[in-house]
Design a protein around this ligand. Structure first.
Ligand SMILES: Nc1ncnc2c1ncn2[C@@H]1O[C@H](COP(=O)(O)OP(=O)(O)OP(=O)(O)O)[C@@H](O)[C@H]1O
Length: 872
């Protein structure tokens, strides 16, 4: 195929040849532009010459051939009831656990085998829900844990190692990018994290430039990605940035999930042209694609059509029409090939020639035909319908002799089954199961056709490939004709043919036009990279196929586990990709910078500041200079002030941090899957990036209320108060992070957090003093309790307060003092104010417990985050 493309290069002069038309479409132009390598770039406004545009080719020695064998996948048919109760039940109740395990599994992929070959673009097509995304995520090692898989994935015939996985670029269906970063920043940070540590900053910048150029993103390099609230780059540009993110590492394998969805057809074409060029540079590319236009379809090399999780076709993209025509499903005239394929895979196309179909397919057809007959009889068909039915019955007698089945057109589930059964039959006879090479197509005829036809087909197979002659562009146009349902690119007969005739003619045309060139021709001009690539491809295909299909046909079924053709083993070596190229310190630095940049538009920070200042001012007004009073009454108010000073910043920090990891979780999973950094680097940098704000807010709060409230006026007391508050805030924040990461659902986390905080507040030592002994231990779990005790010690240690007047609290405390009778100093402040701790005792215990809590919670957060990323 690569060799074919090489031949297609020097054909610019053919651009003046008569463009063929089908359905009013100009066929010639796109083909000619695509075939003529240099003209391709006229699609791109800012495209530089080709040699500059693309990343460096992958040398043959570094190319990767990814083979996936007998991939099966299962999911639960029933959803998991979310929530803590279910989880607790599962943990402690054996029956509930058994029930959960026994939940019925639905098979979504059925023994799918194929390969990604360097130099080729494999398209996964199929109706929605046919399993395209699942297959792609399984072979890339990114399948969610909820999907049970079996089968085998190998690269270059060996285990798909972590090192090999690092060379895989995977573009998700949804573009997962930070909205507040610019295009340049997005790619720049990714380059800093993903490229080998040996690369200099200048080399990395060069790589980013190359990617920007290759994807036509230079113009929007300084535009932010944007999102719902802040407009940024366009949808097409977003998609290209996502692809660029993966291209940075110059991957040997690139997988893309629906890269063209949401794009207009021209932008989608630009994208596929670029992808095709990247493939030609020695990369193996696989992409799921929904409904490509004819122009887009022409970019595809290999096609795997999935129908309800089964392979209905796997082979050359330009042979698919003839393949299905050969099975009796002719493409109607004027239909886009992609539409036709999707209709087929959904059983929307009537057809099926039982004399050629596999026994299983024929059986399905037989059932359907019998059913139809019964229905027709029951309905008492009359007139034209009855005659037609009669004609069909006669036709069945003539055609259906091969398998002894009636021949009525198939549709619906029977047609789908017929399609994949036929492919499975073919696969058993053909190592590797790759359809569409001319010789194999000839074999298909031999395998499926009645004996009389075999002789002629065998004769055809002996014809010298390429004997049909004609220029490359003619052959290319011929191919286009077969895609679009034209039997003859001259266009004189095509329009007049019936769909059935047309299908057969298309089959013949495609068989003629897709002939491999003689390798000797290629060697005339020396061994070109394209030629080497094609050799690699052929070598790798033959090698892998021999290892795969060494057993006799039917071995797969014999080895079946839970499903047909499934080994029942988990896919080997499907762990996360290895670490990224950057050193740990670089990861920390780059992630820290990125975290800070990502928050550049966060109005939350200024809102939190404003909120803190206003609340502090109100508090200061209410407690205005109460700390200066010296009376027991003033001391009592100060206790309240200290408790509030502690609670407010702790609450704010805890509830804000609940969102930290749930917001970043998907990004973390995506980037971890690419091995960009360690979870710990992400975690530490995230915590560090929050630190300035976490310290600045309580500091501001403390400064305002400390002096307005008239608390102890010594530097040591002020700084200690501030430090204690920051420590407490960090503990509260860690608790918020833990709840956030444990539930990953901010709503649930909020509910749990409010219960916990309320509990901690109540047992904190201010509201309830006489907690029943059996439950009083709970306060030791409360960081509020320890923080409050610490603040009390800082404020009241060694201080003298006076009890004045009959109440013992006094009201004229401003003038109070030893001289103001009847005031007297209070010997035991703890007893007088019912404090939870002795203010004169050492604060070491409180400090130790709070530090311990901080460390323990942070470790727990890290552990939980790791577990979550592993389990995802
Ligand atoms: N984790 C899961 N839990 C339950 N069902 C799942 C899960 N993942 C996939 N499926 C089911 O598997 C089938 C294939 O899904 P998949 O997303 O692979 O299809 P698709 O061909 O990519 O569809 P689309 O084109 O709409 O993206 C669907 O029926 C889907 O509902």
């Amino acid at each position: 195929m690569a060799a074919d493309r090489q031949q297609e290069e020097p054909v610019a002069h053919h651009s003046s040849s008569t463009p063929a038309t089908a359905n009013g479409q100009q066929l010639g132009d796109p083909m000619i532009k695509l075939a003529a390598g240099s003209d391709v770039h006229q699609f791109d406004m800012e495209a530089p010459p080709k040699h500059k545009m693309l990343l460096e080719d992958i040398p043959p020695s570094q190319q990767l051939n990814l083979r996936f064998e007998r991939i099966c996948a299962y999911v639960n048919t029933d959803y998991d009831t979310p929530g803590m109760v279910t989880r607790l039940k599962r943990t402690f109740d054996k029956t509930a656990r058994a029930e959960a395990e026994a939940k019925q599994k639905k098979q979504i992929l059925f023994s799918v085998t194929g390969e990604m070959v360097p130099g080729e673009m494999l398209a996964l097509m199929g109706p929605s829900g046919s399993g395209k995304t699942s297959l792609l995520s399984i072979i890339s090692g990114r399948a969610p844990k909820a999907v049970t898989t079996s089968g085998k994935v190998t690269s270059n015939g060996s285990r798909f190692t972590k090192a090999a996985k690092r060379r895989v670029g995977f573009v998700l269906q949804d573009d997962l990018l930070y909205e507040s970063l610019t295009v340049w920043e997005t790619l720049g940070y990714a380059a800093a994290l993903r490229l080998p540590r040996g690369m200099s900053a200048a080399q990395r910048a060069e790589r980013v430039e190359a990617v920007l150029l290759a994807l036509g993103l230079s113009k929007c390099r300084h535009t932010i990605i944007g999102g719902f609230f802040r407009r940024g780059i366009s949808g097409g540009e977003r998609k290209r940035v996502s692809i660029g993110h993966e291209l940075l590492i110059n991957p040997a394998i690139l997988m893309l999930d629906e890269p063209t969805s949401g794009l207009d057809s021209t932008t989608a074409l630009h994208l596929l042209v670029t992808l095709r060029q990247l493939a030609q540079g020695g990369r193996a590319i696989a992409t799921t694609i929904h409904q490509p236009s004819s122009r887009l379809y022409l970019q595809l090399d290999t096609l795997m059509l999935l129908a309800e999780g089964h392979v209905a076709y796997y082979g050359k993209a330009d042979q698919v029409v003839s393949w299905f025509a050969g099975l009796g499903f002719a493409m109607p005239y004027g239909v886009n090939v992609a539409d036709f394929l999707l209709d087929l895979a959904q059983g929307e196309v009537e057809g099926g020639d039982f004399s050629r179909l596999a026994p299983a397919a024929a059986a399905a057809g037989q059932q359907q035909a019998l059913y139809k007959q019964q229905q027709a009889l029951a309905a008492g068909e009359e007139g034209e319908d009855a005659q037609q039915h009669d004609r069909q019955a006669k036709h069945q007698q003539q055609q259906g002799t091969a398998h002894g089945v009636p021949a009525a057109p198939l549709s619906g589930p029977a047609a789908i089954q017929a399609l994949y059964s036929s492919y499975e039959t073919y696969k058993r006879k053909h190592p590797g199961g790759f359809a569409g090479e001319p010789q194999q197509l000839a074999d298909l005829q031999l395998a499926l056709e009645p004996p009389a036809a075999k002789k002629a087909a065998a004769g055809d197979g002996k014809r010298r490939l390429g004997g049909g002659g004609g220029s490359l562009i003619e052959r290319s146009l011929h191919k286009a004709g077969s895609f679009l349902g034209l039997a003859d690119m001259g266009g004189d007969k095509a329009g007049a043919e019936s769909p059935k005739q047309h299908g057969k003619a298309a089959a013949a045309a495609a068989g003629d036009s897709d002939e491999l060139s003689d390798p000797a021709d290629e060697e005339e001009g020396g061994e070109s990279p394209e030629f080497r690539r094609s050799i690699t491809r052929i070598w790798s295909r033959s090698r892998s196929s021999s290892s795969l299909w060494a057993g006799a046909p039917g071995d797969i079924e014999a080895a079946a586990g839970a499903g047909k053709g499934c080994s029942g083993q988990l896919v080997a070596g499907m762990g996360l990709a290895d670490r990224g190229g950057a050193s740990y310190s670089t990861q920390l630095r780059v992630l820290l910078q990125r975290h800070i940049k990502v928050k550049r538009f966060e109005s939350l920070s200024s809102q939190r500041f404003l909120q803190g200042v206003i609340v502090a001012l109100i508090t200061g007004m209410f407690w205005w200079q109460r700390g200066r009073g010296g009376s027991l009454l003033a001391a009592s108010d100060v206790v309240g002030l200290l408790f509030f000073e502690l609670l407010f910043p702790a609450f704010t920090a805890l509830f804000t941090s609940l969102f930290t990891f749930p917001n970043d979780y998907r990004m973390l999973l995506k980037e971890r899957a690419s091995g960009m950094y360690r979870v710990s680097a992400f975690y530490v940098s995230s915590a560090l990036s929050d630190l300035p704000m976490d310290c600045a807010l309580p500091a501001l709060f403390v400064v305002i209320i400390y002096f307005m409230g008239g608390l102890r006026l010594t530097a040591a007391a002020f700084l200690s108060n501030l430090a204690a508050l920051v420590l407490n805030v960090l503990v509260a924040q860690s608790m918020g992070l833990l709840l956030g990461v444990a539930f990953m659902n901010p709503k649930t986390a909020q509910t749990v957090a409010s219960i916990i905080m309320l509990g901690f507040m109540l047992v904190g030592g201010y509201y309830v003093r006489g907690i029943p002994a059996w439950i009083s231990w709970i306060r030791y779990l409360s960081f509020v309790y320890w923080g409050f005790n610490l603040l009390l010690k800082i404020e009241f240690a060694g201080a003298t307060y006076y009890s004045c007047g009959a109440s013992g609290l006094g009201s004229g405390e401003a003038a109070a003092g030893p001289a103001a009778a009847p005031c007297h100093s209070v010997p035991d402040l703890q007893a007088a104010l019912q404090l939870p701790t002795d203010p004169n005792a050492s604060p070491a215990l409180e400090l130790g417990v709070l530090f311990g809590m901080l460390v323990a919670l942070r470790l727990l957060v890290y552990y939980t985050l790791r577990q979550k990323t592993k389990a995802a």
